[in-house]
Ligand binder design. Structure first.
Ligand SMILES: Cc1cc2nc3c(=O)[nH]c(=O)nc-3n(C[C@H](O)[C@H](O)[C@H](O)COP(=O)(O)OP(=O)(O)OC[C@H]3O[C@@H](n4cnc5c(N)ncnc54)[C@H](O)[C@@H]3O)c2cc1C
Ligand SMILES: NC(=O)c1ccc[n+]([C@@H]2O[C@H](COP(=O)([O-])OP(=O)(O)OC[C@H]3O[C@@H](n4cnc5c(N)ncnc54)[C@H](O)[C@@H]3O)[C@@H](O)[C@H]2O)c1
Length: 458
């Protein structure tokens, strides 16, 4: 550290201002009157509002509204910069109001309770905290395929900053980021080729779910190259870029104008001095912590993507609740990591919405279930929308009447998850949903039909 600098003391210090950290710091400041600070090198409030969930869903929605089917047509704000400025102002206001110190700069651990922060001008501050929250997020993987880094590929961050529409976007990776952006950019008018090393889309999902979404994208003109091993990339994204390798054993080459890397994410647990603390990492580089986000160092918590919580903002928010309970002496067995539901919505059109057990998981684990599966056209609302692609399926226990899992592919179908989640959480029988009165014709009404189709117990 060079010359001695007196450390500024805080009761609670967060590294990274993402979902869980901002709520923890603001809540502890407000409810316990503690002195809290958040260190952040880039955006107030982390990725979700600025470069991930919210902005990407705004782009995706824009691409889905035929009347304004143009690149940047329906962006509710004039530009991506305007979007971020608004989110920044909202978050800056939130921190100020709650009395949390927002400290701009790159943070690096000096020891378990001390973080050195370097701002853009190279000036340093040393902060120490009794409680430390590590919330440093994750970043897109840019693998070491020859020529890939040199091609300066886009990640979701740069894609959201593009001023021009790519004439031909090559998407490497067919997971959440790849599929959502592939469809949106195709709808805006780009030619889109998606390349993935696996044979099928969304390997974790049931095959019928993955196939349904892929079929829609194919119909809209997205091209797929599957079981593809990319061995070289040449050119530069934004000008002309060529991706080559083998696809199902055959030589493969595709030339495009832009390249998006969407091959997964790695935790930001390196380059921040964590090795100077006693905090340990998992094999995948996540910060190792227990059921209540407590690391191996007393008073140091890890939250969000860097902790390996499933990479969703709402799960980051749940980390906040768990840590907040912990800090209030309420670390209960109900409020722990492995006890929580992990619902998600993939924002393709149609969406995929899921909670609980998948069918292939039930089969692998030998869990006996009853299956109800109906086409989306049976959700009468989908007919009024003219959007009948998809289906919904529910897995109900063969032994009692509790719901084990629910998955649906359909328009705006993610909005239906909470009712199913609540029924599952309260361990209510599935027919509580089947017996409800739903307004007609809403998507919710479809739940009555799915759960009404559960076969009787044998
Ligand atoms: C394109 C895209 C779309 C997504 N869409 C959705 C969605 O629709 N729904 C959903 O639930 N999830 C979505 N996700 C996932 C979601 O964005 C992440 O799970 C969530 O934002 C992670 O929050 P976090 O707090 O862990 O990290 P972040 O929000 O990334 O916060 C970490 C912060 O730490 C800062 N930081 C890191 N290291 C340092 C350091 N040394 N010093 C100072 N600051 C540091 C970073 O600048 C960053 O701001 C999406 C992800 C992507 C990439
Ligand atoms: N709607 C949402 O909630 C949402 C949206 C976007 C992202 N996210 C979160 O972000 C996480 C990361 O998303 P992601 O799409 O970056 O990762 P992902 O893990 O979902 O998908 C990565 C894909 O890249 C492929 N791949 C990996 N290496 C490859 C290579 N060398 N060549 C070709 N293909 C390769 C994999 O087979 C996989 O299909 C998700 O797991 C999710 O938790 C959520």
């Amino acid at each position: 550290m060079g010359s001695y600098v007196r450390a500024e003391h805080y009761d609670l210090l967060a590294l990274g201002s993402g979902e869980a950290a901002k709520f923890i710091a603001c809540t502890i400041a407000a409810t316990q009157g503690k002195r809290c600070a958040v260190i952040e090198r880039q955006w107030y409030g982390g990725s979700c509002p600025n470069v991930a969930c919210l902005q990407s869903k705004n782009v995706i929605h824009s691409a889905s509204v035929p009347a304004v089917f143009t690149w940047r047509g329906l962006w509710h704000t004039s530009s991506q910069w305007e979007w971020r400025k608004r989110r920044q102002n909202e978050h800056e206001g939130g921190f100020k109001q709650s009395g949390v110190a927002f400290i701009r700069g790159e943070g690096k651990f000096v020891d378990r309770k001390t973080i050195e922060v370097t701002n853009a001008d190279g000036q340093k501050r040393v902060l120490e905290g009794d409680i430390i929250i590590v919330c440093t997020g994750s970043r897109a993987i840019i693998s070491d395929i020859p020529g890939l880094k040199e091609a300066k590929p886009l990640t979701h961050v740069e894609l959201l900053e593009l001023e021009e529409l790519p004439s031909h976007l090559i998407v490497l990776g067919r997971g959440y980021v790849g599929l959502e952006f592939a469809q949106a950019m195709r709808r805006f008018g780009s030619a889109v080729t998606v390349i993935d090393k696996h044979e099928r889309t969304l390997m974790h999902e049931d095959e019928d779910v993955a196939t349904q979404v892929q079929e829609v994208l194919l119909r809209e003109g997205v091209l797929f190259s599957t079981s593809t091993s990319v061995t070289e990339v040449s050119g530069t994204s934004g000008e002309s870029v060529t991706v080559g390798g083998t696809a199902s054993g055959e030589t493969f080459q595709v030339k495009g104008s832009h390249l998006l890397c969407a091959t997964g994410r790695i935790p930001n647990s390196d380059n921040n001095g964590l090795e100077a603390t006693g905090v340990t990492l998992t094999e995948k580089g996540h910060i190792a912590a227990d059921e209540w986000n407590r690391t191996s160092e007393d008073g140091v918590f890890a939250v969000g993507d860097c902790f390996g919580s499933p990479y969703f903002t709402h799960i980051g928010y749940n980390d906040f609740r768990i840590v907040n309970d912990c800090l209030n002496g309420k670390a209960t067995s109900e409020a722990r990591r492995s006890a929580r539901q992990v619902p998600f919505t993939l924002s393709t059109d149609p969406e995929i919405a899921h909670v609980g057990l998948r069918e292939h998981e039930a089969k692998t684990k030998g869990i006996k279930y009853r299956l109800a599966k109906i086409p989306m056209s049976a959700f009468l609302r989908s007919r009024t929308l003219g959007e009948t692609d998809g289906f919904a399926k529910a897995l109900v226990s063969a032994e009692d009447d509790t719901i084990l899992g629910f998955t649906a592919v359909g328009p705006g179908i993610g909005e239906l998850l909470p009712l199913v989640q609540l029924t599952m959480k309260k361990k209510l029988p599935y027919f509580e949903i089947a017996d409800m009165i739903f307004t007609h014709p809403t998507l919710g009404e479809g739940l009555m039909f799915v759960f009404g189709a559960v076969p009787p117990r044998s």
